[in-house]
Write a protein that binds this ligand. Structure first.
Ligand SMILES: N[C@@H]1[C@@H](O)[C@H](O)[C@@H](COP(=O)(O)O)O[C@@H]1O
Length: 245
């Protein structure tokens, strides 16, 4: 794993956005894996600003998001579909038909999971996947204990993950208890991965990732077995840690 140390959140967002912009310019048909949560918002702001200023075009790219809450339709403001439209897709020239996010509001969740997995493979996989990390090491919504071989599946969210995401909802009770997520196996099939780690509250997770063993009790540790992972971490997350790459 390669590690890039960013000065702060702004710097992290700029470094990651510039990397994506470069890729999109070099490979206009890029298949890009996208993440939600607070961390990638700064990247999306940079992508929009660059699109407006320099005209970087997303017309031919295809995107796959990591996850979606079960039970929320795309028009629900807390759904990840709404998040992606609002924070990125509505402001660039991407074709909405080429933006894929699992559907959380379907009757048959299991068949949605296998259809999503098939869809990614039908597109011959993801070229570049952007990832955030939960304080318990979750990636996508793959909670501790998830098999490293897992494909897109339904998960029961842990209390800590629901609590961490409650800030976006009116109350903790409103946070869905389940989600659909790409599996760790799905994520690992991406050709290249960028993992974003920002803020002091993620320091422990970063430390465990860098110094701990590869173990299903810490989902992000699977990434140590991937040949092309770059961690971009800001000072707040990295300060004082021993870095092994
Ligand atoms: N499903 C998302 C993850 O993909 C994300 O990495 C995590 C961390 O979010 P944040 O960046 O807000 O800390 O939140 C959610 O659980």
């Amino acid at each position: 794993m390669k590690i890039i140390e960013a000065k702060d959140y702004q710097d992290l967002s700029k470094i990651a956005a510039d990397y994506i912009i470069n890729k999109v310019n070099s490979f206009p048909k890029l298949k890009l894996g996208l993440a939600t949560g607070g961390t990638p918002i700064g990247i999306y702001k940079n992508l929009i600003a660059d699109h407006q200023k320099n005209g970087t075009s997303y017309r031919e790219i295809t995107t796959f998001n990591l996850d979606e809450y079960v039970g929320l339709a795309g028009h629900n403001q807390n759904s990840y579909r709404y998040y992606m439209n609002h924070h990125l897709f509505d402001h660039i020239d991407i074709q909405k038909k080429n933006t894929f996010i699992p559907r959380g509001d379907v009757d048959n969740i299991q068949s949605e999971c296998s259809a999503y997995e098939d869809l990614i493979q039908k597109h011959k996989g993801i070229d570049l996947q952007i990832l955030g990390i939960g304080t318990n090491g979750h990636i996508g919504f793959n909670e501790p204990g998830t098999s490293f071989k897992s494909e897109t599946h339904v998960v029961n969210l842990t209390a800590s993950t629901r609590m961490a995401n409650a800030r976006y909802f009116n109350s903790l009770e409103e946070v869905p208890t389940r989600a659909i997520t790409m599996g760790i196996g799905t994520i690992m099939k991406s050709k290249e991965i960028i993992l974003l780690i920002s803020g002091e509250q993620k320091k422990e997770a970063l430390n465990r990732l860098l110094t701990g063993t590869v173990d299903e009790s810490f989902p992000a540790s699977a990434l140590k077995n991937h040949p092309y992972v770059t961690i971009i971490a800001d000072k707040a997350a990295i300060a004082g840690l021993k870095i092994h790459s």
